[in-house]
Design a protein around this ligand. Sequence first.
Ligand SMILES: [Fe+2]
Ligand SMILES: [Fe+2]
Length: 179
Amino acid sequence: MKPIGPMMWEHRLIEKMLRVFEGEIRKINDSNKLDTVFIDTVVDFIRTYADRTHHGKEEDILFRDLAKKELSAEHIRIMNELIGEHEYSRETVRKLIEAKERYLKGENTAPEVIAYLKELARFYPLHIQKEDKHFFYPVMEYFKKEEQDEMLAEFYEFDRNMIHEKYRKVVDQIEAQSK
Ligand SMILES: [Fe+2]
Ligand SMILES: [Fe+2]
């Protein structure tokens, strides 16, 4: 299997999560109230799965190795766009969290939260499409079969560490809060 296989499966799960946003946006619109547990779940999914686990493999492994190759101008351009889009998604999630925090303090930030959820649901599928249709397959050509096998193994190792990193963070956070 090529290393882009697992990356594309991860895209499918991210798309599935983004499709849930639609119903949730309708609920917020109708009630003008936030389900903060839903927002926390979305934030955790995006931060831990989409960003740390998925973008982590793209940036720390795939893009790192691509940067060592003689890439075409087109592929350099797309890779830089993808990095910028990852940053944009982080920024949007930061704003979403911040709006949720203000909601908990009594401010009506429901319209802002809707706007950030809508933005993520609009922009992220385009990012995925760019990778699936215009980047992942052609850039595999820069790697020999052995390099692709090594990359896949490194992806698995990266994933293996994620669950430990995630729960170390959970314990650190809960420990800090309990002091
Ligand atoms: Fe990406
Ligand atoms: Fe991706």
